[in-house]
Design a protein around this ligand. Structure first.
Ligand SMILES: *[C@@H]1O[C@H](CO)[C@@H](O)[C@H](O)[C@H]1NC(C)=O
Ligand SMILES: *[C@@H]1O[C@H](CO)[C@@H](O)[C@H](O)[C@H]1NC(C)=O
Ligand SMILES: *[C@@H]1O[C@H](CO)[C@@H](O)[C@H](O)[C@H]1NC(C)=O
Ligand SMILES: *[C@@H]1O[C@H](CO)[C@@H](O)[C@H](O)[C@H]1NC(C)=O
Ligand SMILES: *[C@@H]1O[C@H](CO)[C@@H](O)[C@H](O)[C@H]1NC(C)=O
Length: 437
């Protein structure tokens, strides 16, 4: 009897010790830097580019990315452009393996599987940041079999099995970009705490429009292989980010991404809207009901007012700079806006935007309010209008014939919280330059 009790005690002690790291994480959650690709802290920073060129490139990437996301959502897209860096605008530093090795990943709310370039490379794109991962150098690296649950969660066209029954993934990104490699698990480090057996892709063949300087992708989408869902028992399916204003990126401040309890948003100004389940589950779909200009009600789908607003008609994305709204909202929105703005209308020198002004007095431009189901987000003119050339400012919200995207310019100085357990997205106006949490 005594031996039995002792044994029980011993087992209890051992299991408490083993589960220790998870408790530490569960108690605190964690916060990491989100480094904008054009900030001086980014490995992709190019000092030779003038600020306006960087902005122009970000706009071009937006259009390219929008086309990638829409194609994956099943829309045929007319936009064809091969521009590197469409996987996202923000970088995250994590560590993988034992001993931990630094990885710079593109934080992508538009994809699920996290992967990094791995040696030996059958083909790897040029990587100027940290070195490739070497799976044989990590004592905790394990490849996954074809019967493993993560392997089975891949769709038929995303996986193949080899003669040794090992699971290989193939991820295509809508454009000509792809990553092929081994589906595996290893220990991930988000800061000081190790998280064991995180599923990721060890990419041995990676080519396309990926950014040099980044090792791969950190998948923050809503699908089952996303970091957010994999760590759900620890972070309760919660993450949030706070993006600093565009021009603060020239300083060395960074935006932040919070996970778990650190992603709790609790203040009186927070508003929430339900996440809508649609295919692919990767994207964060919400419902945009109307867009207001100043105090006016606009864009209640006037052109086809017999139809209801479609549920899940817009996705929230951190990796797209511009905002794309359904065309039926746009014509109304643009006419109200033009009505409300006093200024000399000029064509966009690059021909990308429809609404541009010369020497715009930004203080006289009205707020634009995005009314999501249950949540009104007021966007001040400093984010809806940007100077595309000296003296010329354009409206950064553009029409889309397919699905729409609420992009990162309009999310500046907002704490944006995703809660996959309660299926909602929350917004809270916040000075992100002081959101250190
Ligand atoms: C990688 O992509 C480039 C550019 O599209 C192409 O020229 C090259 O053949 C590709 N390499 C492999 C191994 O697929
Ligand atoms: C930001 O950091 C970079 C690299 O550490 C440095 O070269 C640059 O001078 C810094 N800029 C500012 C505004 O502090
Ligand atoms: C965050 O929310 C969870 C669940 O709602 C709660 O258990 C936890 O105490 C909260 N953490 C903080 C820091 O507020
Ligand atoms: C805007 O529209 C909503 C619903 O259609 C209505 O309840 C509200 O009073 C309108 N507000 C203004 C300022 O017209
Ligand atoms: C625009 O919205 C801000 C709050 O986000 C508010 O302080 C400001 O007064 C609004 N401006 C106008 C012209 O309504």
């Amino acid at each position: 009897m005594k031996t039995f009790t002792l044994l029980f005690l011993l087992i209890t002690i051992i299991s408490v010790c083993l589960s220790r790291p998870h408790h530490d994480v569960g108690g605190g959650g964690f916060t990491l830097d989100l480094i904008h690709r054009d900030s001086q802290l980014s490995p992709l920073y190019n000092p030779a580019n003038a600020p306006l060129d960087r902005l122009q490139n970000a706009f071009l990437r937006s259009i390219s990315r929008a086309s990638r996301l829409l194609r994956r959502a099943g829309f045929a897209s007319k936009i064809e452009a091969d521009i590197s860096g469409v996987m996202g605008e923000y970088l995250m530093e994590i560590q993988i393996g034992t001993p931990p090795v630094q990885v710079v990943g593109v934080a992508d709310t538009g994809s699920d599987l996290t992967w990094a370039q791995c040696q030996p490379c059958k083909y790897c794109y040029k990587q100027t940041g940290p070195p490739f991962l070497v799976p044989s150098s990590s004592s905790t690296y394990e490849s996954l079999s074809c019967e493993s649950k993560p392997c089975l969660s891949l769709s038929d066209n995303q996986l193949f099995c080899d003669a040794n029954n090992l699971c290989h993934y193939k991820m295509g990104y809508g454009d000509r970009s792809y990553s092929l490699g081994d589906l595996a698990t290893d220990t991930f480090w988000f800061g000081p705490t190790p998280l064991k057996n995180v599923v990721f892709g060890c990419g041995h063949e990676n080519n396309g429009t990926f950014s040099e300087g980044a090792s791969g992708i950190v998948g923050l989408g809503g699908g089952s292989l996303s970091i957010v869902n994999q760590l759900s028992s620890i972070i309760q399916g919660k993450f949030s980010y706070c993006l600093i204003p565009y021009f603060s990126e020239t300083t060395n401040q960074t935006s932040k991404i919070h996970f778990g309890s650190e992603a709790n948003i609790s203040n009186p100004n927070v508003v929430s809207t339900p996440l809508i389940k649609k295919d692919p589950p990767t994207y964060y779909y919400v419902t945009l009901e109307s867009i207001l200009v100043g105090n006016n009600n606009v864009s209640k789908k006037q052109s086809s007012s017999k139809n209801e607003v479609h549920e899940g008609n817009i996705i929230i994305d951190s990796g797209t700079t511009l905002t794309f709204v359904p065309r039926e909202f746009y014509s109304d929105l643009s006419s109200r806006l033009i009505e409300a703005i006093e200024g000399e209308s000029v064509p966009d020198p690059q021909g990308m935007f429809e609404i541009c002004y010369k020497d715009l007095n930004i203080e006289k431009v009205p707020n634009v309010t995005f009314r999501f189901t249950g949540a009104e987000v007021v966007v001040p003119p400093v984010y809806t209008f940007l100077a595309v050339q000296k003296g010329i400012s354009c409206f950064t919200v553009v029409p889309s014939d397919d699905m729409a995207i609420f992009g990162n310019l309009l999310q500046r100085n907002l704490l944006v919280g995703f809660d996959l357990v309660n299926q909602k997205v929350s917004f809270s106006p916040t000075d992100c330059t002081t959101n250190m949490q």
